[in-house]
Ligand binder design. Sequence first.
Ligand code: NAP
Length: 245
Amino acid sequence: MLKDKVIVITGASSGIGEATALMLAEQNVKLVLMARRIDRLNEIAEKVKSIGSEAFVVKVDLAVRDEVAKAFQAVHEKWGRVDILINNAGLMPVSYLDKLKIDEWDRMIDVNLKGLLYCVAGVLPGMKDAGSGHIVNVSSVAGRRVWPGFAVYNATKFGVTALSEAMRMELTPTFNIKVTVIEPGAVATELTQTITDQDILASFAKRNGMIPLQAEDIARAIKYAITQPDQVNVSEVLVMPRTQM
Ligand SMILES: NC(=O)c1ccc[n+]([C@@H]2O[C@H](COP(=O)([O-])OP(=O)(O)OC[C@H]3O[C@@H](n4cnc5c(N)ncnc54)[C@H](OP(=O)(O)O)[C@@H]3O)[C@@H](O)[C@H]2O)c1
């Protein structure tokens, strides 16, 4: 079903993006791996090829609009189309608002929200022309619930969830571009490494008994969404660890 599909994965250099790339590599696809850490992407591309799919590495900072436009131009020059876009890249330097970590607020908005939109702009004209496509947005349980300390991350992920539903309504019935939002609970990845607020880190350390998901658990949900029959649009998937409230 996925054979020969051109699939772009943003944030493919670690965590959920890497796991998704390696899982989809088993399907004989053409994968575009996007992120900033080119060494990591090259290593993952070698693994993808050894599993049996093609891989094209594109170094891009999603916060920079021109870079994103050039990245998608390069994909179109290489393979002529994008069948599936997996908007997965994101960061979570959460902090209490009174710490005024404004640079971190900016980075979350720039990548989680604006970067995702730049990628949508990179694929939309081609998908419209083709009369088909699938856009998968990785939001979060933080796109449905708020917590103190998560305000700006929550705002970006509520934004991604809202955008996804609006995109589905605008794009799916009219242009046959499917839209899915995936909402993971806690997943064991590098995501927490950008947190600089020591009070947040101390509050995380007090959480016990919660066993996070593995990145592969979310990769499986993404694969499920993009392998449904033509008449099905998987609109929203919330995947929680069994032990998370
Ligand atoms: N882990 C969780 O508990 C969890 C829960 C819910 C939702 N999510 C969401 O899942 C997605 C993937 O996160 P993850 O958990 O797999 O964390 P991760 O391992 O830290 O992966 C984040 C990815 O985003 C990329 N990225 C960050 N800033 C970027 C930028 N400016 N330009 C391009 N790429 C950028 C990173 O690549 P480079 O650093 O190489 O650029 C990396 O590949 C995120 O959207 C996150 O919000 C995660």
